[in-house]
Write a protein that binds this ligand. Sequence first.
Ligand SMILES: Cc1cc2nc3c(=O)[nH]c(=O)nc-3n(C[C@H](O)[C@H](O)[C@H](O)COP(=O)(O)OP(=O)(O)OC[C@H]3O[C@@H](n4cnc5c(N)ncnc54)[C@H](O)[C@@H]3O)c2cc1C
Ligand code: SF4
Ligand code: SF4
Length: 1015
Amino acid sequence: MNAPEQVAPLARAAAADRAELARRLREHTRGEVLFDAASCGRYATDASIYQIQPLGAFVPTSDDDVAAAIAIARELGAPLLPRGGGTSQCGQTTGAALVIDGSKHLRRVIDIDVEARTATVEPGLVLDHLNAVLKPHGLWFPVDVSTSAQATLGGMAGNNSCGSRSIAYGNMVHNVLGIDAWLADGQPVSFGPVAGLVGRERAIAVFVRGLALRHHGEIEARWPKVMRRVAGYNLDIFHPQSERPYTANGSVNLAHLLVGSEGTLAVTRRLRVQLAPLPRHKVLGVVNFASFHAAMDSAQHLVTLGPSAVELVDRTMIDLARANPAFRPVIETALTGHTGGTPEAILLVEFSGDDRAALLGQLRQLVELMADLGAPGSVVEMPDEAPQKALWEVRKAGLNIMMSLKGDGKPVSFIEDCAVPLVHLAEYTDALTEVFARHGTRGTWYAHASVGTLHVRPILDMRRDGAKKMRAIAEEAAALVRKFKGAYSGEHGDGLCRGEWIEWQFGPALNDALRAIKRHLDPGHLLNPGKIIDPPKMDDASLFRYSGGYRTIALTPVFDWSAWDVQNNPTTEQTTAPGTGGDPTSGLAKAVEMCNNNGHCRKFDAGTMCPSYRVTRDEVHLTRGRANTLRLALSGQLEGGFTSDAVAEALELCVGCKGCRRDCPTGVDMAKMKLEFTAQRAAERGLTVADRLLARLPDMAPWARRLPRLFNLRDHVPGAKALTERWLGLSARRSLPRWRSDSFAAVAPGLGLATRAQVLDAAARDGKGVVLFVDTFNGCFETENARDAVRVLQAAGYAVHVATRTDGAALCCGRTLLAAGLAAEAKARARELIDAFTPFVDAGIAIVGLEPSCLLTLRDEMLVMGLGEPAHRLAAQALLFEEFVAREQRAGQLALRLRAATQPMLVHGHCHQKAFGAMPPVLEVLRLIPGADVGVIESSCCGMAGAFGYEAKHHAVSMQMAELNLLPAVRARPDALIVADGTSCRHQIADGAQRDAWHVARVLAAHLAPAAATA
Ligand SMILES: Cc1cc2nc3c(=O)[nH]c(=O)nc-3n(C[C@H](O)[C@H](O)[C@H](O)COP(=O)(O)OP(=O)(O)OC[C@H]3O[C@@H](n4cnc5c(N)ncnc54)[C@H](O)[C@@H]3O)c2cc1C
Ligand code: SF4
Ligand code: SF4
């Protein structure tokens, strides 16, 4: 759906009541009521291909809020749609309903019973968070979905989710012990073992048992006899068909009726789940296969050894991993000579438990089994944890690379989890591969060979003939599933793309029985209508996010997005040349559309993505929310378009950390998108005085270093801070960087710097010439860093030249101008930089910078400013100080004598260093210091992010970001020397923890051995 007139009929019918619904929610609850167009747009999608405009979104703060919302919606006849992380792949969480997002507040662990190994939790709790709480008790919740960092327990129960180790632990339905919920009429119910039920719960159990009895024969005949069946409602709890019993003692648990019901029967309030002991040991056997067929055929034999997982990685993924320099060495450890090092598939066979000797025995059995099957020497044994972990990472990354295919054809998820009995797996996958080929596409296979559920996503273009092919492929896949007596819906649920297949799977009589269950529990069809019962057609184009009618507005971007403006070939995955994709926004829209809503950016690990979400937990302040907002704006679905206030709001708290550029599986680069937006908006609306002032900060340097007292007045004159907060929006709680008279320009003459001719000469003579790019921050506010960088490089035997503009002024990367939206001026600065550095670049001399955000601008933004080949050549030789030192050390060029460390060191990485994989050199360089004890703070953005943290309106969020990990880690180590290369990071550490953090150049200089120090 992509235009207002395409709003689903239900939404139109209920539109009149939206205002009243919002009014009452605001009056009677404490939750957030999000009914504006942009919020609705953000809640209109999940990780599926669908988009349906909700009535509005509601973020409850408590159970009382949920109960009140159910009551209000019932009175108004408004449908409800409970939602967790919104990572469903089939459209379960899209609907013309009031979306209730429980993931922000309803996420407590209510109780853990270590003895009984049970936990009671709220539905919005994320699986990884539960497992972090359980770990100290030696327990875990073992339904290990790959979205464990963002999937909520409520959503997992809603979908009857399954993990990689389901062969050992089962699906959600096998691990849920009880569910407290509200029915559609608002009545709270408590579902658990049937024997203990009374009242309404008992009546429901009696009703469902009656249905199961009546349909005994049909259940027996039609129900797939595989563990991985998640379609429809679990009517078979009274006549179990799953390979694995639903309960340990064979009893019936009514909570299992709600598992997999996709929010259509009740709204979950609490879940009681069964925990498992954390296995102490894991060993891995990687089996290499010469043919994909052989891999599939062997799965049935491998499971007899009792593995905890058997996971497939196919040839495409192996090749993708091999093409990546970081993953190549890892994947190669998993390959045997058996297939000449080029297997068509590998199976990762994991054994886990407490008895390591027994596990090693199982590993030996695996080797023997493969020899018996005619493939001796096909197993790589990995008994140790580190290589196992590295290999699992490669598997994940391979999938990510696959998902990052540019162009309108995308791997589409709709038959990605059919489950077939293992004896038929080889035949099934062969046949489906042929189906793909017949429809001019192909799929990459991966995942759960142990339970016959292989993920595969054919590449389809939903804007063109994708829907037609989707239907044809689905029908042929379904016929295969029927032939092999499998389950069409085996892991990710029914939602919109598999709803219509429920009746196909179970037949009309059982489908009527499922409808009777719905009618009994939700007679008004208020809960997530259109899912499981009365679903639409999977290829109803009016429900697609992208359909034939999808269009983008025309826009001339400031930056070069042509790399995304391409089309692809679904069988070869080759893309056309940049700029040939036919995008009226020259690639910007296609870059935005790379977001497939998988929700990976909702993770909470202390990596880099996404700090503003980690602080706020708001969909709007999440990379996904931002990408959706931009997509809506660029496709004419949001009033005001690309430069609207709604887009501004979504981008407001994006700190431009570039974490998404690195961590997002599809490479959504929101930092760059924000620069594009800022430039477009600045061109349209102009800038504030404060924006102009901050943008031109580098221009003030020549004056400020002459009159530092005057320029520093703001922090010394009483009342000036309050005034600048009022006039300029600069937080009164922040000190500003201090201008100094001993700037780098002032001290440079005494540093023995090489002239241009000398450095060129040194480089030609022995390669020991280097050009230092002294940025404004290190040149004006923290001169010691630039000075120490010179000392270290000179001590290591290099001639150091500091390049300037032709008029002798300091060079600037233009970052502050870019951040303010002054793209043309930034481009002019970039040109100056290129002009100044090109003679050295041509001579093969490295351009070395100190401030990550400045230096890395040369390797990132400057490449999309239309500056041509010289910009690319400069980027290829632009290095951070530590990258240069590490490189030279590795090349045996560095003659640096350092004295021993006297203090442990704790490093905080700048976001851009992390985004560009530039952290290892920092550690490498610090470890050149004899006896260095170097630790890394697991932190994301420090929260300062250029001007962001100085702004009064962002001060609180800025400090919250810092308090997530960075400041507590700094405070916890008063003994350590804090190392941080980012000027903003150092300022934040000083403000928040009153500690002086050092640039790595300063650390090295402080450890120069005396002779070298005086050299
Ligand atoms: C890249 C990727 C990998 C995935 N891997 C796996 C995997 O390994 N295994 C797997 O099983 N799935 C997988 N999924 C699918 C999905 O992540 C899981 O099903 C996940 O458990 C959904 O959790 P969620 O919090 O996002 O739920 P949501 O998508 O928000 O909701 C799921 C369903 O639960 C319902 N629901 C949510 N909260 C409540 C509530 N309080 N009361 C009643 N109903 C509620 C919703 O209405 C919806 O129908 C994957 C998805 C992606 C994008
Ligand atoms: S921004 Fe990236 S990580 Fe986030 S949902 Fe979109 S594709 Fe996934
Ligand atoms: S740049 Fe950083 S803050 Fe902005 S969306 Fe990406 S991860 Fe989030």
